[in-house]
Design a protein around this ligand. Structure first.
Ligand code: GLU
Length: 305
């Protein structure tokens, strides 16, 4: 299926390493998203590769006006500059349409009229349609046959195995409200953009099995995966957008980068003297050791400075 407009990479020659940071514009970047941005940037630079930025703006009800621009401004303040023009998913509906049509034509995806309450009996997991009625616009799901077990090696979290049929079931590609599911868009875009290395927070580890199944269904390559440890607040809970205190100006950019650096298991003294984000990033690039990144964080990082 290679060579089609939906799936062929942007350039003919595959890059050795191309990473990306792909925030959803649902609020400002917080310590966790800054860790993902800096971590993915460091791994790309360490490999001598490229680092791209993609805005994942496919869920307007969850989006916050101006958030994408503020996220990009934060990256600029941190000195993290993308190696290619920033791409927005909202301008790429045709690519997702083509991929979905291909899956449906191949009999791998199907229209589903089941409601949440009808699926409650099976714990929300879809294994076969149980809808009693029809919807004006059904969801579209990927069929996940029994025995669909995915194994992959995460370079930070180690060997992974997920029985997607049992644990997830047939999953949504396009929602009943017409919005694209993250799983489809991310797989289409990572392939289309020639991403070789997906580096992101460990909260998305659970989605990776679904994404690998989709890559196989679409005949796309599977990138390498590295899931970074999750930053939690002082009380151990997952950070939310309300914990965001994006850096404004050089001093707070330095603080944010140093915190993320330490959370990535790197020696704080390597960056202690850097007077500016660009000096800090240069020093970080030469001292970074991926082997030091922990699978889990031992402590929390301060938020809302
Ligand atoms: N857009 C997702 C988020 O902000 C990240 C997707 C990804 O890195 O695969 O959580």
């Amino acid at each position: 299926m290679a060579g089609s407009p939906a799936t062929s990479p942007a350039s003919a020659k595959p890059p050795g390493y191309r990473g990306r940071f792909a925030p959803s514009p649902t609020g400002d970047l917080h310590a966790g998203s800054i860790l993902a941005a800096f971590g993915s940037w460091l791994l790309a630079r360490h490999a001598g590769g490229e680092w791209w930025v993609r805005i994942e703006d496919l869920d307007p009800p969850r989006e916050v006006a101006g958030a994408a621009e503020r996220q990009l401004a934060t990256l600029a303040t941190l000195g993290l500059h993308a190696d290619a023009p920033v791409v927005r998913q909202s301008s790429r509906h045709a690519l997702y349409d083509t991929a979905l049509a291909r899956l449906r034509d191949a009999g791998l995806a199907f229209a589903c009229h089941c409601s949440r309450s009808e699926l409650a009996a099976s714990g929300g997991i879809h294994r076969r349609c149980v809808a009693r009625g029809t919807r004006r616009q059904p969801a579209i799901r990927l069929r996940v046959p029994e025995g669909s077990v995915v194994e992959f090696d995460d370079s930070i979290q180690g060997p992974q195995r997920q029985d997607v049929a049992r644990e997830v079931g047939d999953f949504v590609l396009r929602r009943a409200d017409g919005l694209w599911a993250y799983q489809l868009a991310v797989v289409v875009d990572d392939a289309r953009q020639g991403i070789t290395d997906v580096v992101r927070g460990v909260d998305l580890l659970d989605s990776t099995g679904r994404q690998i199944l989709l890559q196989r269904a679409l005949g796309l390559p599977t990138p390498r995966y590295a899931h970074l440890p999750l930053v939690t607040g002082q009380d151990g809970r997952k950070l939310s957008k309300s914990d965001a205190a994006p850096p404004v100006g050089t001093q707070s950019a330095l603080v944010s980068l140093r915190e993320a650096w330490t959370a990535l298991g790197q020696p704080p003294e390597a960056l202690a003297a850097a007077p500016s984000p660009s000096a800090l990033l240069a020093s970080a690039t030469s001292h970074f050791d991926p082997a030091r990144i922990p699978a889990r964080l031992s402590g929390s990082v301060p938020t809302n400075r």
